[in-house]
Design a protein around this ligand. Structure first.
Ligand code: NAP
Length: 246
């Protein structure tokens, strides 16, 4: 059990939600960020509160700098400080590179790269002042190896890996670790459009023979947030069942 506070962006669904539930079980106080899925976020918040967790559900568009700053200020006021940031909110989109409009490109960079920048920028003054903190940025296996028909997504997720490595070097002297979790294919709404055949093919190509669960990813995040990872920074941990090709 811990008395630390975590801010999780995109906590209403999928990986963010599973991460929130796991951190709640381990005694963390939680700031649960959501944007469109209000009912799901409030339902999760109520569930965690019924287990005795301290929870602040907070609606904010992570692509908006001011909303992120207000959310972090509200979290710091409620809990006295944010110890861990999990920058998880994201979206995926599949289309040919030549069909990606400048607006789609910008939107993808905004929800992934801009959001991570705004969140880190907002939590850091207090973390640096307190000489402690852990930042975990969610990338993707496609940011490591590239995905056809997801060039904007792969580009944004690769940028997150670069950001992790650079920020880790800069923040090491402040005793703040920065790591990245780059999941493989995970069973969330993001992959609800996968047909049965594609799903079967992905399972067959994965050495562990299955698609990952949100909890598989949450376990990696919890590890990186824990004291067991105190000497780990600038790293990319990829819960992917062994799927490294494609
Ligand atoms: P998901 O089930 O679609 O959930 C996406 C989450 O992001 C939702 O909670 C959503 O909140 C939030 N979000 C999106 N835009 C937002 C915005 N502008 N402001 C605030 N929140 C926003 O997706 P997921 O699979 O859990 O994905 C979570 C992260 O893991 C993403 O960064 C994704 O790229 C990454 N990832 C996923 C997979 C996979 O196979 N699923 C693999 C590798 C990496 P609202 O609905 O409340 O707006």
């Amino acid at each position: 059990m811990t008395n630390k506070t975590v801010l999780i962006t995109g906590a209403s669904k999928g990986i963010g939600r599973a991460t929130a539930e796991l951190f709640g079980q381990h005694g963390y106080s939680l700031i649960l960020n959501y944007y469109a899925s209000e009912a799901q976020a409030i339902e999760l918040s109520d569930k965690l509160k019924s287990f005795g967790c301290h929870v602040l559900p907070y609606k904010a568009d992570v692509t908006d700098r001011e909303q992120v700053e207000q959310m972090v200020a509200a979290g710091e006021k409620e809990f006295g400080g944010i110890d861990i940031l999990v920058s998880n909110a994201g979206k995926a989109e599949q289309c040919l590179f030549t069909d990606i409009t400048p607006e789609q490109w910008r939107e993808m960079m905004a929800v992934s790269v801009d959001a991570a920048y705004y969140c880190c920028r907002s939590v850091l003054p207090s973390m640096i002042h307190r000489h402690q903190g852990k930042i975990i940025l969610i990338s993707s296996i496609w940011g490591m190896v590239g995905a056809s028909c997801e060039v904007h997504y792969s580009t944004a997720k690769a940028a997150i890996i670069g950001m992790t490595k650079a920020l880790a070097k800069e923040l090491g002297p402040s005793n703040i670790t920065v790591n990245c979790v780059a999941p493989g294919v995970i069973d969330t709404d993001m992959n609800s459009g996968l047909g049965a055949d594609t799903r079967k093919a992905l399972e067959a190509e994965t050495p562990l023979g299955r698609i990952g669960s949100p909890l598989d990813v949450a376990n990696s995040v919890l590890f990186l947030a824990s004291e067991h990872a105190d000497f780990i920074t600038g790293q990319v941990l990829s819960p992917n069942g062994g799927l490294t090709i494609i």
